[in-house]
Design a protein around this ligand. Structure first.
Ligand code: IMP
Ligand code: MG
Length: 424
């Protein structure tokens, strides 16, 4: 009997590569779509039939009504935000209650985790991470400190006393930080409603469900959040998120063995962006950067912040391909570069008389070394088959494939589901 595989779909730079759209396109090929890390810090934008949805905690497979979606044990979940997100989808005609399972082992984001997120950022001053403010770091800290609350706890009799104990612990930390300017009463009421709401969903041992499905020959798509350069271990620490966003995180965040991993799809954009603080060698501070931001609508889906923009970074991409074992590449937002005469690709970093093509321990202070590629100066948004791509664009694809030593199997030329081209 052949067993199924878990394919991973991962953002391999700083997030916002367009994972949501690709998951949505891929869903018909899978039986289960599962999130394995992160929480409402993610914002996955999906557009189809002229409607736009921004998903945060809920997997992007939910628009295909026949599929099971899972929020895995590696995720963190905010009950109030989950309720708001699920209800909005419900109002749009997508009732998720029977086809979204939540791992008992996923950790809960408390209102006080969000206050702690703000307090820690304020205490860091200029060194702030620029987090999304959703309480992600403090929740994963409690997980590692073995003081966290899990989704499975909400079904137990002592949930309220556990909640109060953790809240009191947080309030003590906040008092120690002299951070007293907060009032969670309204938020807490909504959060408690969210807890009741969550009970309508199966809160299950998702690791068993996934492994059983694999044994039955079914296939699973693991939907990444954020990107490899924001990984707690492999990203630009300390300017990172607090989970493993790489392939390793799929194994720990869903409870699947490494041998069960099949394809690893690495998603990147035809250029680079980053939200929040931290080193970003390819960042453009000039009109070119502004032009990319404007054409690419590079504003945060969760926080609305301006995304920092730059040319593609092949040093970062090669590193991410290695860390994740990427087998196929997917290039998003190619059309954003349609009007540029010349396109640049960062092939190395330089600092003083040092030069490196591998990711340095600390990426701050490095300057990009570019190679220039002629732009295609053609509108790509109407293209429907790979044969229609202009030669200059095909050359850019070939250049990236040769440099990165992986095939680019999908190219996206616009936000709609339909603007997704499978390469030959
Ligand atoms: P946190 O995940 O909210 O703790 O934020 C840590 C860093 O990761 C900040 O720089 C955020 O801007 C960034 N970040 C978190 N989630 C995302 C995402 O989904 N896309 C892009 N950046 C993100
Ligand atoms: Mg996003």
């Amino acid at each position: 009997m052949s067993t199924g595989k878990v394919d991973a779909l991962l953002g391999i730079v700083f997030g916002d590569e367009g994972k949501g759209k690709v998951v949505d396109v891929f869903t018909p090929r899978y039986d289960i779509v599962a999130r394995f890390a992160g929480g409402p810090n993610a914002g996955h934008t999906i557009i189809f039939d002229g409607k736009k949805f921004v998903l945060r905690s809920i997997p992007s497979g939910i628009f295909d009504t026949g599929k099971l979606n899972i929020i895995g044990n590696g995720c963190v979940i905010a009950p109030d935000l989950f309720m708001a997100e699920a209800q909005e989808l419900g109002n749009a005609g997508y009732d998720l209650r029977s086809r979204l399972h939540i791992s008992r082992r996923a950790h809960l984001i408390l209102p006080t985790h969000r206050v702690l997120d703000r307090a820690y950022e304020a205490a860091k001053g200029k060194q702030k991470v620029g987090t999304t403010g959703k309480g992600i770091g403090p929740t994963y800290s409690d997980k590692a400190s073995r003081t966290g609350l899990r989704a499975g706890d909400i079904l137990q009799d002592d949930f309220h006393s556990k909640y109060e104990a953790l809240k009191a612990r947080h309030q003590q930390i906040l008092a120690d930080l002299h951070y007293t300017d907060y009032d969670i009463s309204q938020e807490e009421a909504l959060w408690m409603q969210g807890i009741q709401y969550m009970k309508q969903y199966p809160i299950t041992d998702t690791e068993f469900e996934i492994n059983q499905a694999l044994d039955d020959g079914k296939n699973v798509l693991a939907e990444g959040a954020q990107g490899t350069m924001l990984d707690i271990d492999h990203g630009t620490y300390p300017y990172v998120s607090s989970s493993n966003t790489c392939t390793g995180g799929v194994c720990t965040g869903l409870g699947v063995a490494p041998g069960k991993i099949g394809e690893v799809f690495g998603i990147f954009k035809a250029y680079s962006t980053r939200v929040g603080s931290g080193p970003f060698p390819v960042e453009l501070f000039d009109q070119t950067g502004d032009k990319i931001r404007e054409i690419g609508h590079e504003y945060g889906a969760v926080t609305g912040r301006n995304r920092r923009c730059g040319w593609i970074d092949l040093v970062a991409l090669r590193y991410a391909i290695m860390i994740n074992g990427v087998t196929q590449l997917i290039m998003m937002k190619s059309d954003v570069l349609d009007t540029f005469e010349t396109i640049r690709a960062c092939v190395a970093y330089e600092k003083g008389n040092q030069r490196t093509t591998t990711m340095p321990y600390d990426t701050s202070g490095w300057q990009p070394v570019y190679e220039d590629i002629p732009g295609w100066q053609t509108d790509l948004t109407q293209i429907t088959t790979p044969e229609q791509f202009p030669e200059a664009f095909q050359n850019y694809v070939n250049y990236l494939e040769n440099t990165l030593e992986r095939p680019i199997t999908i190219v996206s030329v616009g936000p709609d589901r339909a603007q997704t081209i499978e390469m030959n």
